[in-house]
Design a protein around this ligand. Structure first.
Ligand code: GAL
Length: 819
């Protein structure tokens, strides 16, 4: 990672695989490879493979071979001209930009801006429907099992066909859904899975992607099985051990009644069994039942962001001595309490929420994030000092949630629509059922800035209905909502914790008026900045990276954090945002900006200077960060504003060996000097308790001479999915970083791997993301390297005209693979 000391987090924790047991029917196979993809059409049926043209066909299950519901749904359809893609896949990232006619009265009114000017949506029917096809191997010995598909989420409005028959339709782009395909699947024969995805209508005011942008799974279970997300454990520390209240929902999808034993086993993080219960259950044919168990065990290492210890709950369904189903659920033992006076308490101790709001996209790949990149993003946030993540404003993909459980990141989980209509309630319920075992989740957010209802009785009524259901499905966690006005009324009077979006100074008055309600900053700060830039350039859409510029509703990092840090009753805050994201271009809500400037990191996860502000005050390690760069050719003798973020006691600044002055550090504030520019070496020296503990230099670099490459990993898994994050940069002939370098870098890969996306963090760049080349932006570019499935040595070479190339070597190790 960029410069920061790499945080020591446990390497990927995997739950020990259940012992291979041929009597257990449950299987789950990721469908990652060998998908074919083509665009259809949202307005022209001919270009949409005939979908919906003939109502007599559409009205009949499966249509007919001569007149199918859609040509592309036929097994015999020739898809050889379609592109082979890997899922997760986001076709929106490949679309051209459409700046539109412009001329809106208010830039915020331009609907194209929201999605980052990608040519998607109602104005672009030719780009807004995507089709996916894949042959499905359903083994012959799955006959007699319940066969299903699981979608972690697809954007959006999905029609799923199996063997020409529509087996499901699903709207929401962020909610997982399962499809029972037992009746239509043909075990042992060729099956064709076809998915039509229609992204014409978005759900958010930000870039959302399009397509099968999350994982898809093929599943099998015995007719008698634990229902999806049907195992729920509420655990609590008790002395040095723990207690757990367990519910397991079981379903019998067979005619005959079943007498079963449901076994629940708790295993400690070290894998040792700690407690078990066995409960008899009789189920009529085609019915659901539930068992409950209370377990207690004597020692339980607690889960926390600093030490994310994961327990495991195993549930087994046994009939006549044979285990027919088994599920494994990771959980953590911890207590999490919001207190109106003491803020948030984890395991009994106050823990300030040092949070970041994040959207789900990343440079290079859009919304289709490989699992290893989810981990990398969470690690970047932890390196900044974050212990909390707000999944704004939608359910995150489960792999992101897994990363939070595994790496130690608290989460505010949020539903997309604040509404009590049936569909919204279903979406909320699915979020809660999916994530209620996770130790990371500390609160459910039922809404964000619903201006029409947040302050009135309608909002309160909607919130009450939503909260009632949340409490029923998960009695253990509080409910929150994020508001930006009308703080005293409406929704505020219903939720357990009130979330303030910005307006941090208003929190004190609110606390005085409502001293019994916990509060937190659900969106805070929101400095806008361009990484590596220090001079405002409005026509160029460049914002200096000092902690200064922010929209009218927001504040600087320093302004909100100095308030929150000093007030224990403020549970903490979630900065808007951890990373720059596509869409919602701010502060320039117009072309050529295609992304936001809010991030403490840019869209590649390269730290901006505010990253170091937070790291200084959110992490305990001594830190000193000096900026800007020291290449101000042509400005000799003119003042340059120099800042330091440091958590030491005192910092002295030197230019070419001569002191420019020393400053005492004031907690949670930056230091600043005005320094007349002269080329050479700018150096900051930091003291703690009278000892020099850190120095940092910025040196005037000469002409670019050579490329450099670094990667976050030295080995990848050869599973076809693992990724390494590569940083390319440029140095002069003496190895000094060149802060303005903008060379076009071409990445060549030999061995079994490929670059799946590139980026540089420039919010006005319109270069292709899924490419093998990218211009550096202020000295940096990123390439995402994905391993193939063969393994072996991989070499990445970066070339740029006139510069010495850089070479990186790593290995990919063979592992078990998806299909
Ligand atoms: C908030 C909103 C966020 C984002 C942000 C931009 O009002 O909740 O989603 O739009 O403003 O400043």
């Amino acid at each position: 990672m960029q410069g920061a000391g790499v945080l020591a987090v446990a390497s990927a924790f995997a739950l020990p695989a259940a012992a291979a047991d041929p009597t257990v029917a449950r299987r789950r196979v990721k469908l990652a490879f060998d998908w074919k993809h083509a665009l259809g059409h949202a307005a022209d049926m001919d270009k949409d493979f005939g979908f919906g043209r003939d109502q007599r066909t559409y009205a009949k299950t499966g249509g007919s071979e001569s007149s199918p519901i859609a040509l592309a749904a036929l097994a015999t359809f020739d898809d050889s001209a379609w592109t082979t893609v890997q899922v997760p896949h986001d076709w929106a990232i490949d679309l051209p930009y459409d700046p539109g006619p412009g001329g809106f009265k208010d830039d915020q009114d331009d609907p194209r801006a929201a999605h980052g000017y990608k040519a998607l949506g109602r104005d672009h029917p030719e780009n807004s429907v995507g089709w996916y096809r894949r042959k499905l191997d359903i083994p012959a010995d799955w006959a007699g099992q319940r066969v299903g598909l699981e979608f972690d989420g697809a954007f959006r409005d999905v029609v799923v066909f199996l063997n020409g028959i529509i087996v499901d339709e699903h709207d929401g782009g962020y909610t997982p859904f399962t499809v029972d395909i037992t009746d239509v699947a043909k075990p042992g024969q060729d099956n064709w899975l076809v998915v039509r995805v229609d992204a014409s209508l978005g759900e958010g005011w930000f870039y959302e992607g399009a397509g099968l942008y999350r994982h898809v799974w093929l599943t099998a279970t015995a007719p008698l099985h634990v229902v999806p997300n049907g195992a729920f454990i509420r655990s609590e520390p008790r002395g040095s051990g723990a207690v757990g209240k367990i519910e397991v929902a079981v379903r019998n999808q067979a005619d005959a009644p079943q007498n079963a034993t449901v076994r629940t086993i708790v295993s400690a993080p070290n894998g040792l069994e700690m407690a078990r219960a066995e409960t008899p259950l009789t189920l009529e044919g085609w019915s659901d039942g539930k068992v409950e168990a209370d377990l207690r065990w004597p020692t339980a290492p607690l889960w926390s962001p600093a030490d994310p210890q994961l327990h495991r709950l195993t549930t087994e369904v046994e009939v006549d001595g044979v285990v027919v189903d088994r599920t494994e659920t990771a959980f953590g033992v911890r207590s999490a309490v919001f207190d109106a006076r003491r803020g948030f308490l984890l395991n009994g101790e106050p823990l300030k929420l040092l949070g970041a709001c994040c959207h789900q996209d990343h440079a290079g790949v859009g919304a289709a994030i490989p699992d290893a990149l989810q981990d990398w993003r969470i690690r970047q946030l932890k390196a900044m000092g974050c212990n909390a993540y707000r999944a704004s404003h939608n359910p995150a993909t489960p792999e992101l949630m897994d990363a939070c459980d595994r790496l130690g990141m608290l989460v505010i989980a949020e539903t997309r629509r604040m509404s009590s209509d049936e569909e919204s309630m279903k979406e909320l319920a699915s979020l809660i059922r999916r994530d209620r075992n996770r130790p990371s989740v500390i609160a459910w957010s039922i809404g964000n800035e619903e201006q029409a209802i947040q302050g009135n009785e309608t909002g309160a009524a909607v919130a009450r209905t939503m909260k009632r259901m949340v409490n029923r499905l998960d009695p253990s966690r509080p409910v929150t909502a994020a508001k930006d006005q009308d703080f005293d009324t409406g929704v505020s009077r219903v939720v357990d914790i009130l979330g303030f979006n910005y307006r941090t100074p208003q929190m004190e008055g609110y606390h005085a008026r409502f001293p019994d309600q916990p509060i937190m900053g659900t969106e805070t700060g929101s400095t806008v900045s361009t990484r590596g830039e220090y001079i405002l350039d409005v026509p160029g859409h460049i914002v200096p990276a000092y902690d200064r510029e922010h929209p009218w509703w927001a504040s600087t990092a320093e302004d909100w954090w100095t308030i929150a840090a000093e007030r224990p009753y403020i549970a903490g805050g979630f900065i808007w945002t951890g990373f720059d994201y596509r869409g919602e271009p701010t502060p320039y809500a117009r072309w050529p900006s295609v992304g936001s400037y809010f991030g403490a990191m840019d869209s590649c996860g390269f730290p901006k200077d505010n990253f170091w502000y937070y790291r200084a005050w959110w992490r305990p390690e001594p830190l000193l960060h000096l900026f800007p760069h020291w290449n101000w050719e042509g400005r000799e003798g003119q003042d340059v504003e120099v800042w330091v973020h440091s958590n030491l006691d005192r910092v002295e600044l030197f230019l070419n060996g001569r002191s420019v002055g020393a400053r005492d550090v004031v907690a949670n504030r930056h230091l600043a000097w005005m320094v007349p520019y002269a080329p050479g070496v700018l150096e900051a020296r930091g003291w703690k308790n009278g000892r020099l503990v850190a120095t940092q230099r910025r040196e005037t670099a000469g002409d670019p001479a050579a490329l450099t490459l670094t990667i976050d990993r030295n080995a990848l898994s050869a599973d076809g999915e693992d990724v390494g994050m590569i940083t390319a940069s440029v140095v002069d002939r003496r190895g000094r970083p060149c802060p303005h370098a903008d060379d076009l870098v071409v990445f060549e890969v030999s061995g079994d791997a490929r670059v799946i996306g590139v980026g540089n963090g420039n919010p006005v760049s319109h270069e292709a993301d899924r490419a093998d080349r990218r211009k550096l932006f202020n000295g940096l570019a990123q390439a995402i390297l994905q391993a193939g499935r063969t393994g072996g040595a991989i070499t990445v070479t970066a070339r740029a005209e006139g510069l010495r190339p850089a070479v990186l070597r790593l290995d990919a190790h063979t592992v078990r693979q998806s299909t």
